[in-house]
Design a protein around this ligand. Sequence first.
Ligand SMILES: Nc1nc2c(ncn2[C@@H]2O[C@H](COP(=O)(O)O)[C@@H](O)[C@H]2O)c(=O)[nH]1
Ligand SMILES: [Mn+2]
Length: 322
Amino acid sequence: MALSVFDIPATYIEEYKDRLEELIMKHTRFGAGNGYLKHERVDHSVLDSSVFESNAFVRALKDKAWTQLGSSGGGNHFVEFGVMEFADSDPALGVEKGKYLALLTHSGSRGLGATIAGHYTKLAKQLCKLPYQAENLAYLDLNSAEGQEYWLAMNLAGDYASACHEVIHDKIRRALGAALLTKIENHHNFAWKEQYNGAEVIVHRKGATPAGKGVMGIIPGSMATPGFLVRGKGEVTAVNSASHGAGRLMSRTQAIKTLSAVELKMMLADNGVRLLGAGMDEAPMAYKDIHTVMAAQTGLVDEVATFLPKIVRMADDGSRED
Ligand SMILES: Nc1nc2c(ncn2[C@@H]2O[C@H](COP(=O)(O)O)[C@@H](O)[C@H]2O)c(=O)[nH]1
Ligand SMILES: [Mn+2]
């Protein structure tokens, strides 16, 4: 997840909605398996990672990784402009009280990460034999060559996900001619080496985001409800973590079967949201109430600012994430 807050007042959104829509359409590309053509590709230092040299399996993925750099997947990946409101100035971030134009993106490590995950999951199942019912708990020992190889490959995938956000945010910021007031980026569904009680452990935050003391995070709601810029409180009993979103209330299938397109249209209109793409499975009604979720984690994070989505782009078909 990545958030850029620009030195542009939020009123710009209503005044220049068509221009902002054009910018999103021009500088983003969506859908599982999709990417850029050879002549459209951009460079990034992540492509110079030594892991592309040292690991033959990963090396074979480099060209596709380059093609997909700066693209977004399907499912609930999104790129959106919205109103960022700081009800108070935040001296630590250096942002004054006010309402600003902001860009929020949610995507992952694309085909590179998915292929790495699939390969090492298969390897773990071969090397770590568990009963059929528990086979998805197979793991690679970090003290083994395979475990070390996976650790490096997984971190490359994390760096690549960050690079994708950076490319999208850079392209759009430059096209806007804006300066950055602040930028926040963090992973979710990832694993970190951290210290607890004097020991090094691996913390896997699935459905969660880091919330160590002073660590900034973003907790989005849905395409038509607020998201929150937060600062972690460092609650050790929650493993320095917080939720990384509202989370789904309904499965995709249930949402497609039960939700009404008319209700979605009304909800978007009521909240002044312009939607580009997305299937019914991404309707805001398919997500939990973000205010209830935030109320349940006041011990984990402080709210710093709110984000209201206004122009939202997602993949057209509600396909898998990639
Ligand atoms: N601002 C938006 N937030 C959204 C949208 N669709 C979903 N969401 C939120 O993001 C998280 C992402 O969760 P993940 O588990 O899939 O990584 C999800 O829980 C929702 O709260 C959107 O279009 N705009
Ligand atoms: Mn996600």
